[in-house]
Structures are given as C-alpha cells and as structure tokens.
Design a protein around this ligand. Structure first.
Ligand code: SF4
Length: 561
C-alpha cells in the first residue's frame, strides 16, 4: 500500500464531519468513485447523495474513492500498489461493485485511470467473475453513455434514488455475472451496453442498434416523482472542497424553460420541487454548517422560495443560491439574499444580443438584464459573475462583441466590488434541439475568445475568465460520441498517446463527431435510450431556431437547414 497516498487520505478524513462508518459484515461492498480529485468530487452534491443512498440500504457498505492528485497518481502508477478507498483504505478489487458518478465528459479519461490504479481490467469483456462489477451513473452518462460503454457493465440512466436499492437487491442474490446482468437489464433506468449492438454504415454513421438478449428496447430513464421522500442534502462537510463547511440542499430539480442549448432543461423533466417543510427538516437533521447552499436549476421558480429563506433567517442561518434568473430577480429577493449573506450572485445571459438569446431559447431582453442588475444592486448585492458562451448557432461578430459591450455597460452603471465575466465555448449536447448542429471549429472559438479579451482589456472593473477552446472541442467530441471512441479514451488515459494522435490512429476524427452537421434522419448513438422527449419535437425546435427571420443573412456554414 502506498504510504503517502494513505497518509493523505487519513488527513482528509480527520477534517470531515459526517463520514459514514458502518460495521463490517455487510453482504454487499460498494466502492463509489468520483472520476476526479477529492476536492472536485466532494463539491458534487449528486456524488454525496449516492454515497448516502447506498449506505442507507441495510447490509450494504459504501466507501468513497477519488482520483489521486498528480504526484500520488504517478507514484501509484509506478508501483504495484492499488488505489484504495477513503474509509477503510481497502484496495478496489476487494469490493463487489465499483460505481462511478460521472458529471462531465472530460472526466471520462479518469475512469480507465482509476480502473488501472485499482488493478481492475479496463474493458468489461476482459473482466473476470472475481473482479468488481462496474456501474456508472450521473448526468454525463445519462445524456449519452456510449463513449464509455466498453468500460462499463451497467449504466444508471436518470435519477438514482429509486433504482439503486433495486440494483442492490438483484446483486445481493448473487450468481454468475451474465445472469446478474440479464436481470439488472430488466430494471427501468438500467442500461447494460453489452446487450445492445450498434451497426455502422460505410460513412461511419449508425445504421441501427440491435439487442442481443431479451432486454428492453428502448431503455427508459428513471425519475423520481416525489422528491420529499429523499434526503436532499450532503452528508459530509469538509473544508477541503469548493463549498467549504456548507450544507447543500437541493430544493428543486429540473427546469421547465427548455432553453435550446441546455440538456438539463430537457432531460430532468418534469420540474419538481421539495416542500419547504422537507427542506427545513433535512437541515435540522444534518450537522450544523456555517452556511446553507440552496440548489436547483431554477430556485426562484420554487413557490416557497421566500418562505424557505425567511425561515433560515429566523433560525439565524446564512444561505446562498447557486444561480439567479435575471428576469425573476426583484429587489425583494436580492435583499433577502443579501441578508442571507450571499456574497456573489451568478447570472447567465449566455449571449450578448437579444437576437441570439431569442435563437437559443433564452429570450432575456437587454432591459430585463439591466433591471435584474439594478435589483441586485438596490438589494445590496455587490459582486456579480456573468456567464456567456461563444460559438452559438448563427453567431456573428456583432454578437461576440456585444458580450464585451454588455459587460462594459453593466460595469459602468454600478460600482460593483467585483464583476467577473466567464466565457465558455458552446458544446452541442444530445437531447437538445441543437444536437443536430455542428460545433464551431477550435480556431474560430479561440479567435472569438481573443476578441472578447481585447475588447475588455482596458476595462479595469471587469475580470474575464475564458475556457480553453481546445478542451471544449474534446468535450464536444465526447458529448455526441459513440462507443468507438473508447479506444481513444483508453489511449489518452494511459498516457501513451496524445488526443490528436490517438483519435487519428483509431481511424476517427473530431470533424465527424464535433464539427459535422447531423443528417435530419440520422440515428444517434443515444437514440435507443428513451428520455421521454420526442426527437421530432427537438428537430422542430432546431428548425424554428435556425429559421428565425434573419437566418438567411446570418446562416453559418454547415447548418442543418
Ligand atoms: S439554461 Fe437554465 S433556465 Fe434554461 S433550461 Fe437550463 S436550467 Fe433552465
């Protein structure tokens, strides 16, 4: 066992409050992995909730494991020692199940890395009966599990609260792996990729996906009707995370606004809320933290939002919200957030012009943005973070420059203590109306980011943070990828090849996965999953976005229409 790795784990554990420790003797042992570092993983509420769900099932023990920091990673790679879990520092191979919680495409590379450090066969087909069963769930694999399909035995598609106990119940019965997989595949929300076989055409597109066993087709996602039945908070507090010493509570899930670029707005439907009484009860039952974080895609849509805030104030608890909808931000709400101790509010106009915001389905007017900012200022809020994207469909130079112009106007209209403008690159995602559109090329994305940088250079009151266009293109390749990409993921993960070399050696290309406009009738790698949204509806939305009145003048090359 690598001593330094274990020393670091023990130091992290000493700073935690709420670590779940169960007596041994469980008949199912689960290692729950986050494919990134401890800091990133412990900032993820979904990961912590799954940790609690597994541990609440009698007879089941769940321990956490993370990707080690770079130096420990290299140390472990050089030795024959195994990566170990946090709680008991046990090697991963000793567990019955290794379950990954996957939120982000760029973390895919860390999945074979963790398997390799755990001395577990990377590919499902090579794995023996004595090795752990590999499960993966979380937003990224719910949207499109295919690039990871050859690594994973079982995917959870959708929300985990109900499906996890059902999976555990089957695994407890034991038996040969193939038999277990056949039984698991019958559970709604479970996808066992080895039973689904894509056939490709000569041009590389998918002809069809067939089943090779008696399993459901399509695979239906799972979602929870009554959120109040489940504890919505993070069981563990630690200073070694982004939300240091914060109790995070999910007060709402899903969002009914369906902005055309937003996969969460299309997949986590219908929008649901937790009752104020359930939120407050959960907070009473968990260890008291310095602050409370109220989480949800659209917290201001929660009908009891102000009641929850008032109640927290009465109990002298500080609180903040994850993001703010400018069109719903009133002075009263801003004042409430200020009294709750919110330091920075995060808003997302997404695009610089009204025209482009209309096209992407987030039709905020400039006036609404300005009024929202005024409400924030008058309510006492002084720090703002604004999110924008470049590379959106039909975007022009004017749209890009308008991001800087809008930032300048907001900066000069109020005396913010801090105004951060964060610009990322638009990545077309499955299950959105923009799943057919080509991603903007890396060079163009970089030059648009550089343009904003130049425009804001002299603006001392604005701090600009911009995403790497290169990473965005890798993300864009994986987001709409298929299972042929697994060899690229494996090669990059092993460090033997660069992204560019491994993708060309595999006979694949970024042009095909990221930069290509999809055919209207194309079979997508995720089409055999049923998220409850009609593809025809998404296509109609895509058409309606790209056929906006001034489309002809501004149509980008490669558009689907
Ligand atoms: S971008 Fe925000 S408002 Fe739009 S659908 Fe997504 S979560 Fe809802």
């Amino acid at each position: 066992m690598a001593t330094r790795h274990v020393d670091i784990i023990r130091a992290l554990l000493r700073r935690e409050v709420g670590t779940i420790r169960k007596p041994d003797g469980s008949n199912l042992r689960v290692a729950l992995a986050f494919p990134n570092t401890y800091y990133v993983g412990m900032s993820n509420l979904g990961f912590q909730v799954v940790y609690r769900i597994f541990n609440e099932i009698p007879g089941t023990l769940c321990e956490r494991v993370f990707l080690p920091e770079q130096r420990d990673f290299e140390d472990l790679r050089r030795t024959t020692s195994s990566l170990v879990t946090m709680e008991s520092q046990s090697p991963l191979r000793e567990f019955d199940v290794l379950a990954f919680s996957v939120s982000y495409e760029l973390d895919y590379f860390n999945i074979p890395r963790i398997l390799s450090l755990g001395r577990i066969s990377e590919l499902a087909n090579d794995r023996g009966e004595e090795e752990p069963l590999i499960i993966a769930g979380g937003p990224a694999v719910t949207f499109n599990p295919e690039p990871l399909a050859p690594f994973v035995d079982v995917f959870v598609i959708g929300e985990g609260e109900e499906v996890i106990p059902e999976v555990v119940s089957v695994l407890r019965d034991g038996g040969e792996r193939l038999h277990l997989l056949e039984r698991l595949a019958q559970i709604q929300g479970i996808y066992v990729p080895r039973f689904y076989e894509p056939k490709y055409k000569r041009d590389g597109m998918i002809e069809r996906v067939s089943v090779t066993a008696d399993v459901p087709m399509p695979v239906r996602r799972r979602w929870v009707r009554d959120l109040d039945k489940y504890n919505p908070g993070n069981p563990i507090r630690t200073p070694d995370t982004e939300f240091s010493n914060m109790a995070i509570v999910e007060i709402a899930r899903g969002c009914g606004r369906r902005c055309r670029f937003c996969v969460a707005g299309h997949v986590y439907l219908p929008p649901r809320k937790r009752s104020a009484s359930s939120v407050l009860r959960c907070l009473e039952e968990t260890p008291r933290a310095e602050r409370v974080g109220l989480l949800g895609a659209s917290v201001f849509d929660h009908s009891e939002f102000m009641d929850i805030c008032n109640s927290l104030l009465q109990h002298r608890r500080l609180f903040s919200v994850s993001s703010v909808r400018l069109d719903l931000l009133t002075e009263e709400i801003a004042e409430m957030l200020h009294r709750g101790g919110q330091q920075t509010i995060t808003v997302a106009p997404e695009a610089g012009t009204e025209r482009l915001r209309q096209i992407i389905g987030k039709p905020l007017t400039d006036q609404q943005i300005f009024e929202g900012m005024s409400a924030a200022w008058n309510g006492g809020l002084r720090r703002i973070k604004m999110y924008f994207m470049v590379g959106l469909p039909t975007e022009t130079e004017e749209d890009v420059k308008s991001i800087a112009q809008l930032a300048r106007t907001i900066a000069s209209s109020f005396r913010w203590e801090r105004l951060v403008v964060s610009v990322s690159c638009f990545v077309p995602k499955p299950w959105t109306p923009f799943q057919w559109v080509p991603m903007e090329k890396e060079r163009e994305l970089s030059s648009k980011l550089a343009m904003i940088r130049r425009e804001l250079k002299a603006e001392k009151n604005v701090r600009l943070t911009a995403e790497s266009a290169r990473e965005a293109v890798v993300q864009g390749t994986l987001a709409r990828g298929d299972r042929r990409l697994h060899s690229v993921i494996g090669a990059v993960a092993s460090g033997s090849r660069s992204w560019k070399n491994s993708i060309s050696e595999a006979g694949l290309s970024v042009e095909f996965y990221a930069y290509r406009a999809r055919e209207r009738e194309e079979v997508f790698p995720w089409d055999h999953i049923d998220q409850g949204i009609a593809k025809s509806h998404l296509l109609a939305e895509c058409d309606s976005a790209l056929q906006a009145p001034d489309k002809e003048r501004r149509k980008p090359s490669g558009s689907t229409t």
